[in-house]
Design a protein around this ligand. Structure first.
Ligand code: C5P
Length: 219
């Protein structure tokens, strides 16, 4: 039998990471942050000096980059070419260019293959991203589309970043969502069959409880 897959998709700053880790910990499942993989790929390409606006060059260079994702929800890890990149993948430079890299179809093929291999090798897993319920694991028995009002998302993200400028953060999130939702290959959208959870007026624990309830009901 195939492992239980909980697919959690949604726009930037909707609380996907904290929520997905919490759900995985509660249900004793593994956890995969696919956004971290796109970020790690972007970090490595920048490291190699690849022109990210040249999608052919990005596609060729991406073939040679090795990624490794640790799937313990209590301590997720991400390595690119053997380097621990957990910190640098959160830099403004990577955040500002990741959507460009994620729009390259060959990059998506490479990362989707890795993601499917991780899912197949797991005992059950919560996978978060933008295209999990639609493309990576369309047969997942539980699909969540996690949303929140733009102002709430920006406020949370600004708080995570040590209380930066909420208006600027909201603009940056909106720009990333715009690129992610309008790209040709598996754009961000609510997957077929997904349950929409709006976290705007919910605490993290309430969101985790709601999703665990959805998983139990599907069980
Ligand atoms: O989730 P996070 O904000 O870390 O994702 C970073 C970027 O990676 C997204 O803005 C999007 O461009 C890309 N991404 C994607 N597909 C996924 C996960 C992330 O295109 N499944």
């Amino acid at each position: 039998t195939s492992p239980l897959v909980v697919a959690i998709d949604g726009p930037s700053g909707s609380g996907k990471s904290s929520t997905s880790r919490g759900v995985a910990a509660r249900l004793d499942l593994a956890y995969l942050d696919t956004g971290a993989m796109y970020r790690a790929m972007t970090w490595a390409l920048l490291q190699h000096g690849v022109d990210l606006t040249d999608s052919d060059a990005v596609a060729v260079a991406a073939e040679k980059i090795s990624l490794e994702s640790g799937t313990d929800p209590a301590a997720p890890t991400i390595h690119a070419d053997g380097v621990d990149v957990a910190e640098p993948i959160r830099s403004d430079e990577v955040t500002g260019s990741v959507s460009l890299v994620a729009a390259v179809p060959r990059v998506r093929e490479i990362l989707v293959d890795m993601q499917r291999a991780t899912i197949a090798g797991s005992h059950g897993i919560v996978v978060e991203g933008r295209d999990i319920g639609s493309t990576v694991a369309p047969d997942a028995p539980v699909k969540i589309y996690l949303v929140a009002d733009p102002a709430a998302r920006a406020a949370r993200r600004a708080a995570e970043n040590g209380g930066g400028d909420a208006a600027a953060t909201e603009q940056a999130l909106a720009r990333r969502d715009e690129i992610d939702s309008t790209r040709a290959t598996s754009p961000l959208a609510k997957p077929e069959g997904a349950v929409v959870v709006d976290s705007t007026h919910m605490t993290l624990d309430e969101v985790i409880d709601a999703i665990v309830g959805i998983v139990d009901a599907a069980g």
